[in-house]
Design a protein around this ligand. Structure first.
Ligand code: SAH
Length: 367
């Protein structure tokens, strides 16, 4: 039994079953035993690989998106270049390198990284140890978005929202009941349902349907959109998930590149849920922001020119390297199950003065 498993069992024995959202929050963010608190899970030797770790092209194109969006917003200066959940800092390092093509961008920027994991903060410090000299405002760390200074912002979030807790509601005998984590007769963690119906959900659905409520994700999106509407700016969220709200149980655990049981060995696996982009878009729209997308990651990266970038990199690479570049291009934009081009989506929210957004082609089929 993991130390976190023991602690969660004690908590449930004392206080009763806990919502799935609380369980997820403990698995990932428990100050001592939380998954992200104790390790760097990213990379081949870890549990999962993310887009910026697959190829420098990803961070470079996101950097170009940031630079173009900054120009389209009227080049606010100074502004905060924010990243939520920056992982190993690879995306930000690649983005800064690419964004220096926009005159004045780095001179106006201060980088603000929102990160809870002490282990990953160290990785980020190393990756950003020598940022481009033009970056006038330096690099700063915060535990929460609320702590980022109040100014125009361009925010980036790759595979961040999937790590935020969701509530799960289950359609049971004509009512919605919250899914809870409790103890079975043998004292092991097991799923159950709250005895009382939750009257706040009024959707019709067949018996057994699961509705996920992105409680934490919409709170972050509301805060981002509120700041953007008040002070100016834009935010880009890229993640695996769906464009429309549906009825599906997407709670998953990943350990060493394979699916695992989310209730086994809490704290040792990445427990996440697919991102419901419709809920994020609704939250941003309600706060007064303009919403672009979601579009598929493949469409977004192609619109930003990933194919041209791959060709340019391959032109000055060895044969082996250019094969790797081609494979990375397919992995990031392709449509096979193992690729990220369709499962992953990009969503931008911006100040309403931004009437078009790089990477989001107007007539693009929404996904
Ligand atoms: N964006 C990176 C890392 C994705 S993993 C990449 O694409 O490689 C998720 C990241 O979010 C990690 O850096 C993790 O420590 C961070 N994180 C998870 N929950 C968080 C929270 N509530 N607040 C801030 N950061 C969080």
């Amino acid at each position: 039994m993991t130390p976190l498993g023991a602690e969660i069992r004690e908590l449930i024995a004392a206080q009763g079953p806990i919502p799935v959202s609380r369980y997820m929050a403990l698995c990932l963010g428990h100050p001592r035993y939380g998954y992200y608190m104790t390790r760097d899970p990213i990379g081949l030797s870890g549990d999962f690989v993310t887009a910026p770790e697959i190829s420098q092209m990803f961070g470079e194109l996101v950097g170009l998106w940031a630079a173009q969006t900054w120009i389209d917003l009227g080049s606010p200066s100074p502004f905060a270049l924010v990243e939520l959940g920056p992982g190993r800092g690879t995306l930000m390092a690649d983005a800064l390198r690419a964004a220096k093509v926009a005159p004045g961008f780095l001179e106006a920027a201060a980088v603000h990284l929102v990160e809870t994991s002490p282990v990953l903060r160290e990785r980020q410090r190393a990756a950003l140890a020598s940022p481009p000299p033009a970056l006038a405002g330096g690099v700063h760390w915060h535990a929460r978005l609320d702590d980022v200074p109040d100014r125009p912002l361009i925010a980036l979030a790759n595979e961040f929202f999937d790590a935020l807790p969701v509530r799960q509601m289950v359609r049971d005998r004509g009512a919605w009941r919250e899914r809870l984590v409790g103890l079975d007769a043998g004292g092991a963690l097991g799923f159950g349902l709250a005895p009382d119906a939750d009257p706040s959900v009024s959707w019709e659905a067949p018996e057994g349907a699961v509705l996920e409520i992105a409680a934490a994700g919409t709170a972050v999106m509301r805060a981002l959109a509120g700041r953007i509407v008040a002070a100016g700016g834009a935010a880009l969220a890229i993640d695996y998930g769906h464009a429309r709200t549906g009825f599906a149980d997407t709670l998953q655990a990943i350990r060493r590149h394979a699916f695992a049981d989310p209730l086994v060995d809490p704290g040792e696996a990445d427990v996440t849920a697919h991102v419901d982009f419709a809920q994020l878009a609704t939250a941003a729209g309600a706060a007064g922001a303009r919403v672009f997308g979601p579009v598929t990651q493949g469409a977004f990266l192609r619109a930003l020119g990933i194919e041209a970038r791959a060709r340019a990199l391959a032109a000055r690479a060895s044969a082996t390297q250019s094969e790797e570049i081609g494979a990375a291009l397919v992995r990031l934009t392709g449509e096979r199950d193992a690729d990220m081009g369709v499962l992953f989506k990009a969503l931008a929210v911006a100040h309403p003065r931004l009437t078009a957004c790089a990477g989001f082609i107007r007539d693009e089929e929404p996904c």
